[in-house]
Design a protein. Structure first.
Length: 464
């Protein structure tokens, strides 16, 4: 969509502004600390160390969603900015003390305080100047079960680039009329049923796009009414599944069929991506083995002291292409727990005290580095759930088996966008929509973004 390119340019514009403010804060910090801008003690080492710190800070800003929702509500903005001020300096401080060529402790503190002040002003200014320019007014034609969710999502942030203006239905009857009427309450105008009034409002409110829930190939009367009464040459007609995917970053299961898979999912992975993904998996797994081996004795000791049973836990899980493999994890449940008691539930009594801690920070999944090195798993992919649970879900949820088109992952698009606990079909249904979106749009950059978002979940303890 053209709107997506516009929003991408805006995010790049914000990034360039953030980088400029980082270096402005750097030079002002030098002035405040030493009374000079560019002379001694300014040095190449200090400049490059600060640049490394800024790369880390930009990563933290990305993890905190400052580029997905650049300004947001005041409370949310200040909460995230506070986290940035606390977490931002930690990694650069560790870096400076590991390689103590320069140790600009006071300078670093001044830098992050000045940048935070500039950052607040910069994002507030951009919000006021550009908020209205991103609003494309849209109208929704007829009802879809996911319409209420979509409208509320658009209302939460201007960065989606659309304003939900109204809903239209051919008549004031039908089984979904009341549901559409309820959803329309969250639009600017509400629900209308007169095609002539729709035409006037399109002109008056400068509505540019119509999102159509019905299949116009099947509902010919609606297609004819829209064609004869609306300025179709000046309107964008968007199918609801396409628009829903663009906004929510998931695939609407109720709106797809077998043809969608044939048209959208290429089972032959791109060769360059496949090679780079495997290489990235091996590199990260080898790096991850260092902290894994360091903390292994301590975790093993706590597991043994907490409850009887082995340190490690193995279970058969479904892999790529309907294959199966044994997954490695630290044991987090009592030994008496049955292996196929279903998916973990919230406040599950089977989980030990040590297990709660390990799950909270995803430490129980560290042994899965073994599965990655063996080529059975990837860092990013659909979650590998127990085999019996996968069979049950495949029987109840359409296209669930398609998750196994690719390797399962330690983390994934569904894992960072939905709750871990899936005691109901509804939650797994939701996760499948995210998994299909990932399978369709997977790329190296997408994988990297998911890993960064996962780091955020680990830091704030959003485990299970």
């Amino acid at each position: 969509m053209a709107k997506e390119n516009k929003l991408l340019k805006y995010k790049i514009f914000l990034l360039i502004g953030d980088i400029s403010l980082l270096y402005l804060a750097f030079f002002l910090s030098l002035k405040l600390r030493y009374g000079v801008f560019l002379k001694y003690p300014f040095s190449k080492e200090l400049f490059w160390y600060s640049t490394i710190a800024y790369v880390i800070w930009l990563g933290v800003l990305y993890i905190l969603d400052f580029y997905e929702n650049p300004r947001g509500e005041n409370i949310d903005f200040f909460q995230k900015l506070s986290v940035f001020i606390i977490v931002g300096p930690l990694l650069p401080i560790i870096l400076f003390y590991l390689f103590p060529i320069v140790t600009p402790k006071t300078l670093l503190l001044l830098n992050i305080i000045l940048f935070s002040i500039f950052f607040y002003g910069w994002r507030t200014l951009c919000d006021k100047l550009f908020k209205s320019s991103f609003k494309t007014r849209i109208a929704f034609v007829e009802f879809n079960p996911q319409l209420p969710e979509l409208i509320q999502k658009l209302n939460r942030s201007f960065c989606y680039g659309y304003e939900a203006t109204l809903c239209f239905n051919e008549s004031n009857k039908g089984k979904n009329f009341n549901k559409l009427k309820e959803a329309a309450k969250f639009t600017k105008i509400g629900l209308i049923t007169d095609i002539n009034r729709l035409k006037k409002l399109i002109e008056q409110k400068k509505i540019q796009s119509l999102v159509v829930a019905s299949n116009l190939h099947v509902k010919e009367s609606l297609a004819k009414a829209l064609f004869l009464n609306l300025p179709f040459d000046r309107l964008n007609f968007i199918a609801f599944p396409v628009f829903y995917e663009y906004i929510t970053k998931k695939i609407p299961l109720e709106s797809i069929n077998e043809l969608w898979f044939l048209e959208n999912l290429d089972k032959k992975e791109r060769k360059l991506y496949k090679i780079s993904k495997r290489g990235f998996d091996i590199l990260l797994a080898l790096i991850g083995f260092i902290p894994f081996l360091i903390i292994l004795p301590f975790i093993a000791l706590y597991i043994k002291l907490d409850s009887e049973g082995p340190v490690f836990y193995q279970q058969i899980r479904p892999g790529k292409g309907n294959t199966v493999f044994k997954i490695w994890k630290f044991r987090t449940m009592t030994q008496s727990s049955k292996p196929f008691e279903g998916l973990t539930k919230k406040n599950d009594k089977r989980i030990t005290k040590t297990g709660l801690f390990l799950r909270k920070f995803h430490l129980d999944e560290l042994p899965q580095l073994i599965n990655i090195l063996k080529g059975e798993m990837s860092f990013v992919g659909p979650r590998a759930i127990p085999l019996e649970s996968a069979k049950k879900m495949s029987e109840r949820i359409p296209f669930y088996i398609q998750r196994q088109m690719i390797k399962p992952g330690i983390t994934g698009w569904a894992q960072i966008n939905s709750p871990y606990f899936s005691s109901h079909i509804k939650e797994e249904y939701e996760k499948l929509q995210y998994d299909l979106y990932y399978i369709k749009n997977r790329s190296f950059i997408f994988d990297l973004g998911i890993i960064l978002k996962t780091i955020k979940r680990i830091l704030v303890g959003k485990g299970r």
